[in-house]
Design a protein around this ligand. Structure first.
Ligand SMILES: [Zn+2]
Length: 421
């Protein structure tokens, strides 16, 4: 198959799972973990894996695992993987593209009759998006052997995790059996749409990912003193909302101005705000807003948080209000393996991408897998930077380049093993 056709075929496969029976709704694409739509999609992907020459099985977490043996059977594997669930009203490529690209790599190797010194596996994970339950990545955590049994009692639309799994013939008590031995996996590789505008701005089709951002999320509460909007002189006010405005601009400035902020993918966002008492003629006395700080390098993220908090203290003192941060979530993020990143950089560059690396601001199954195995990601340009939206798309020519880059990565990895087994 010529390369342009490979890109078109991969895109067509992803699009073919964009509607019923692979979506729960006929109006939008929605494929939560373990739904009928999810099981239908899994069966279709299973067919593609077999067609590509893979043996397939469902593991104890319900993941679909396809395997192409290496030169010797039972050799450890290079594992490609991503998720096949979606958000409500999602796009056709988030997650699924990485799975279909993995299958296309296997297909190319099978067709060429090549046997590598390692096996190749493709895993279609289940619940990366967290659209079925208020928790995510149970299925990749099961493979990595880091599941929290407390998650099994969480409820979704069709019961708890345990009940929903049971309805599909899966036993949450046996989830641990999905865990892979350290020696089973040589490397984990996830191709994924970028879900942002950077590659488009650079006019590049693909790039290696150096890290997945560490995240810190919390709430900021500002307390001032309410007063009459007509009678309280400006100099005597303790206006919580004016203080919040200054605090938000401070957050933006720290995220823009910290040295090497852009290279480390540092971003800080206030996405929600409540103002009290919320009347036109009352000076506000209570404001709370959300704060989300992310960076590829955890130290960079923590330095940003430190500068934001000390800036808050100065604003609070000057404006005679109190500003308090409550941190609710601290996600470590994950660095990709430096050796794998440089192999992927070379492969991306040779295939027609860029040799530079990106930081992923969004979370991925790689965050989990990287806790156990050397891991790397390849980003594919997202036209318009659009994702988690029906207009999410990819260019066929970019996908063909991604396919070539992944094959190039496999070759380079095999070469590396020869030099240092
Ligand atoms: Zn995704």
């Amino acid at each position: 198959m010529v390369e342009a056709d490979i890109g078109a075929r991969i895109v067509a496969r992803c699009r073919s799972l964009g509607a019923r029976p692979f979506s729960e709704s006929s109006d939008i694409l929605f494929r939560p973990w373990l739904s009928d739509a999810f099981m239908n999609a899994q069966a279709q992907v299973d067919g593609w894996m077999r067609e590509a020459g893979m043996q397939t099985r469902q593991d104890a977490a319900g993941n679909l695992v396809g395997r192409l043996e290496g030169a010797t059977s039972d050799a450890p594997a290079v594992v490609f993987g991503s998720h096949i669930d979606t958000v409500p009203n999602g796009g056709c490529f988030d997650g699924l593209l990485g799975v279909v690209l993995g299958i296309s790599v296997v297909e190319a190797l099978s067709r060429a009759g090549r046997r590598l010194p390692f096996a190749i596996e493709v895993i279609a994970f289940g619940d990366e998006e967290g659209s079925a339950f208020p928790v995510s990545m149970i299925t990749s955590r099961a493979v990595a052997g880091i599941v929290d049994p407390a998650d099994f009692d969480l409820s979704g639309p069709s019961g708890t995790v345990t009940q929903t799994m049971r309805a599909r013939g899966l036993d949450s008590g046996a989830l641990g059996e999905a865990a892979r031995a350290s020696t089973d996996v040589l490397a984990f590789v996830e191709a994924h749409i970028e879900q942002g505008p950077v590659l488009e701005a650079l006019d590049r089709p693909v790039a290696a990912v150096q890290a997945i951002a560490a995240q810190r999320r919390g709430t900021v509460q500002i307390r001032g003193v309410a007063g009459h909007a007509g009678t309280l002189p400006m100099a005597m006010r303790q206006d919580a909302l004016a203080a919040a405005a200054e605090a938000i601009l401070l957050i933006e400035r720290v995220a823009c101005d910290l040295p090497e902020a852009a290279d480390s993918g540092l971003v800080a966002t206030v996405g929600r705000m409540d103002v009290g008492p919320g009347a036109t003629n009352v000076v506000p006395d209570a404001v709370s807003f959300s704060l989300d700080v992310r960076a590829g390098d955890r130290r960079m993220r923590d330095e940003a948080v430190r500068q934001i908090e000390s800036g808050f203290a100065a604003i609070a003192q000057r404006r005679r209000v109190s500003i308090e941060c409550t941190w609710l979530q601290d996600l470590k993020g994950a660095a990709c393996d430096p050796v794998l990143v440089s192999l992927m950089q070379e492969a991306a560059l040779e295939a027609g991408g860029t040799g530079m690396t990106l930081v992923s601001g969004a979370g991925h199954d790689t965050m989990v897998m990287a806790q156990r195995w050397p891991s790397v990601m390849l980003f594919v340009r997202s036209p318009g930077g659009i994702s988690h939206h029906p207009d999410e798309t990819v260019l066929e020519s970019d996908v063909a380049i991604a396919h070539r880059a992944l094959l190039g990565f496999v070759d380079r990895f095999a070469q590396c093993l020869k030099v240092s087994p």
